[in-house]
Write a protein that binds this ligand. Structure first.
Ligand code: IMP
Ligand code: MG
Length: 186
């Protein structure tokens, strides 16, 4: 896999700007959830760095849990929704104040399906915190209650966002130079 320098067109959001905004979001969430009933749910894997940093800035008591989903391929759609749970929560969310923590809302299809399947489990409340919002690409109408940054319609990587599973570790969000990127051969 290429070194990130070789495929970085530009740094869109640098580490300092990211962390400052995450601190603000943490303060806002701390003020909004005060009764210790908050459960942060992270959809693996892109949301992990954001969840970890955000959680450290939430001063009210809270718990966290993780889930993973995969999209149904063409012809495998079921009426229950367009994603399949590949790793389920360990927590019963009934009666909890659930905050879904996501790296990016792009078409919105993933998060719309996840919200649908969580709602059935009867949480007390269900809200969305997304670090990045690529609104131009939206297909599904999803509410974003806490938004880190609105970004243009460019393919980005770093800070949880991957290119073929790599580069999630980078501390900034960068734009990919797609002419220089060589995907690993399969
Ligand atoms: P959706 O289109 O909103 O369903 O987004 C699905 C997933 O696509 C996100 O959770 C990300 O993992 C991924 N994704 C969307 N845009 C980007 C991007 O610019 N870079 C890397 N991953 C992305
Ligand atoms: Mg991804």
């Amino acid at each position: 896999m290429q070194d990130y320098h070789d495929i970085l067109a530009e740094i869109l959001i640098d580490e300092k700007t990211l962390q400052a905004r995450i601190r603000e979001l943490g303060a806002q969430i701390s003020a909004d959830y005060t009764d210790g009933n908050l459960l942060l749910i992270c959809v693996l894997r892109g949301g992990v760095p954001f969840l970890v940093d955000l959680s450290r800035h939430i001063t009210s008591p809270h718990t966290m849990d993780f889930m993973a989903v995969s999209s149904y391929g063409v012809g495998r759609r079921e009426s229950s929704g367009s994603v399949r749970v590949t790793l389920d929560l360990q927590t019963d969310i009934r009666g909890k104040d659930v905050l879904l923590v996501e790296d990016i809302v792009d078409s919105g299809n993933t998060i719309a399906s996840v919200l649908e399947l969580l709602q059935v489990r009867q949480p007390k409340s269900l809200k969305v915190c997304a670090l990045l919002d690529k609104a131009e690409r939206r297909e599904a109408n999803v509410p974003i209650h806490y938004r880190g940054f609105s970004i243009p319609n460019k393919f980005v990587f770093g800070y949880g966002l991957d290119l073929d599973e790599y580069y999630r570790n980078l501390p900034f969000v960068g734009v990919v130079d797609l002419e220089k990127y060589k995907p690993p051969s399969c």
